[in-house]
Design a protein around this ligand. Structure first.
Ligand code: 5AD
Ligand code: SF4
Length: 490
């Protein structure tokens, strides 16, 4: 993931996600061969890593129905856009894209366009009534229903399913790895979010939090290892509140029955299980929540070399009053204590953050608190955003989006500049050090350079020699930019 002045976030990236080739699971290749429908789907994904992984689940469901993937939107019988609602500009981009796709529909009226994910959930049938841009509207918990919705839409009806589930985790579905480098893959370990941060639309679009059976998670990691993958990222909106006790909506540990307690697995336990799958498999996770991350998790990270020493710990704001308005459940001091604990237990841990500029009522002094917190923590990396009011959220109902655009922008620019400086300084400190890098592919700039990450999630480029994606290479850092370390294999 890259991050720069332009506030690039995974949530703002798109992939034409159809380069699946050999990554298709054998079972699915079988079922495709058995019942090839001759139909082709095209899928584009906007938003977070979770959405990308959801598209892989959708691809698996469609492959099971005999659909094959195409990278050409013109060639497709079914065009799917998996959408993001997190900020207004994410939704605007999707609307634009849906408009761009309309000529295809004119040329080929039998083609269907479907909108999936958070925007489908948020806008529901409004998409069909007001916007008339799509044939299918499918929320994040209804992907199993896509084949029957497609059939429904073929008869001229519009297919809508936006029911949120308290149980669905797609645990039994082996995702078809889209746009994969064959080295790293995502595994969703839970769905939904119960936190209700006041700015955030996710609890409304992705529903209640539920954890996935750890056995199915370990089996998926094992499957990936067996197919040559070297890195998995365990995904959840708040991985630290992962708790398996037999299935169903989230419960606190203290409210479990004795039987549920006996079979329960928390995030530290799950992380350990994932680490044990293979010492050759790197394990990452995202996203951690400052109010929930435990010392147990930090100790497990320390115990296993193959758990990457990197925590994405979004702070959102450095001011306690604003954190309260955001309903984040911690104070500035609590956050700084957590960071100190991480640095004490895992001294070489990389830490990154999400920061929102110009939340409702934020004063200049409160903005300065965010800058001063950044000075204290010195993040290796951060995703930084202007506050964008989302309809239906607690903040939209209770507070006024009253920091004017220019002030928001100026504050964001100050945050970004400071982060750039910190990122560069953090990289300078790595010069002369040697890191084990997992090779992901060629450097974006040159085919004579390879690129990969160290345990702390920093990107390192170095001369190719005979290295291949998936190799572990010890690389000594010689120089750096604010975004990248540059070195040579030793
Ligand atoms: N406005 C701006 N940023 C937001 N995020 C979530 N909701 C909003 C919003 N309404 C950011 C938070 C979160 C990240 C995924 O997106 O920083 O951690
Ligand atoms: Fe949104 Fe907060 Fe849940 Fe993250 S933890 S998805 S910011 S509500």
């Amino acid at each position: 993931m890259s991050q720069s002045q332009s506030v690039l976030h995974l949530q703002d990236q798109t992939i034409d996600a159809n380069k699946q080739g050999e990554a298709l699971s054998e079972d699915l290749v079988q079922s495709k061969k058995g019942q090839d429908s001759g139909k082709k789907y095209y899928i584009e994904t906007y938003g977070c890593q979770m959405n990308f992984n959801d598209s892989e689940i959708v691809a698996s469901i469609l492959a099971g129905e005999g659909f094959s993937a195409t990278q050409s939107s013109e060639e497709a019988d079914l065009l799917l856009i998996n959408t993001c609602s997190i900020r207004e500009n994410a939704e605007q981009r999707v609307r634009q894209r849906l408009k761009q796709l309309q000529p295809i529909k004119k040329q080929k009226p039998e083609a269907q366009i479907g909108v999936l994910g958070c925007m489908a959930e948020r806008l529901k049938s409004k998409f069909l009534e007001e916007e008339k841009l799509v044939d299918l509207v499918v929320g994040p918990d209804a992907y199993r229903d896509i084949p029957s919705l497609v059939r429904e839409a073929e008869t001229g009806d519009k297919g809508v399913n936006v029911l949120l589930s308290r149980e669905e985790t797609y645990a039994d579905i082996n995702p078809v790895r889209l746009d994969s480098n064959g080295v790293s893959a995502f595994i969703s370990i839970m769905r939904g979010c119960d936190n209700m941060c006041s700015f955030c639309v996710v609890p409304f679009t992705r529903g209640r939090e539920r954890s996935r059976n750890p056995e199915s998670i370990v089996a998926e990691a094992q499957y990936l290892v067996d197919h040559g993958y070297k890195e998995v990222t365990l995904l959840g909106q708040n991985v630290d509140s992962y708790l398996w006790f037999g299935g169903g909506p989230k419960k606190e540990y203290k409210n479990l029955t004795d039987e549920e307690k006996t079979q329960s697995v928390d995030f530290a336990g799950l992380l350990e299980k994932a680490a044990k799958v293979s010492p050759d498999l790197r394990v990452r996770f995202s996203t951690s929540h400052p109010k929930d991350i435990t010392e147990d998790v930090m100790h497990v990270m320390n115990k296993y070399d193959n758990i990457c020493k990197y925590i994405h710990l979004p702070v959102q704001s450095g001011n306690t009053r604003i954190l309260n308005l955001m309903n984040r459940g911690y104070s500035r001091e609590w956050y700084l204590d957590k960071v100190a604990k991480i640095k004490e237990i895992i001294p070489d841990c990389g830490i990154s953050s999400d920061i929102i500029s110009g939340f409702c009522d934020e004063t200049e002094e409160e903005h300065q608190d965010t800058l001063s917190l950044m000075e204290k923590v010195r993040y290796d990396m951060a995703y930084m955003f202007n506050y964008s009011e989302r309809p239906g959220t607690l903040a939209a109902k209770k507070y006024t989006d009253n920091v004017d655009k220019d002030t928001k922008k100026r504050r964001l620019q100050e945050i970004i500049s400071l982060q750039h400086q910190h990122g560069y300084e953090s990289n300078l400190q790595d010069i002369g050090k040697t890191f084990t890098v997992l090779v992901e592919g060629y450097s974006k700039k040159s085919n004579e350079q390879m690129r990969g990450r160290n345990s702390q999630n920093k990107m390192i480029v170095f001369p190719q020699h005979d290295f291949q994606p998936g190799d572990y290479v010890d690389v000594k850092v010689d120089e750096c930019t604010s975004a990248t370390l540059i070195g040579h294999a030793v």
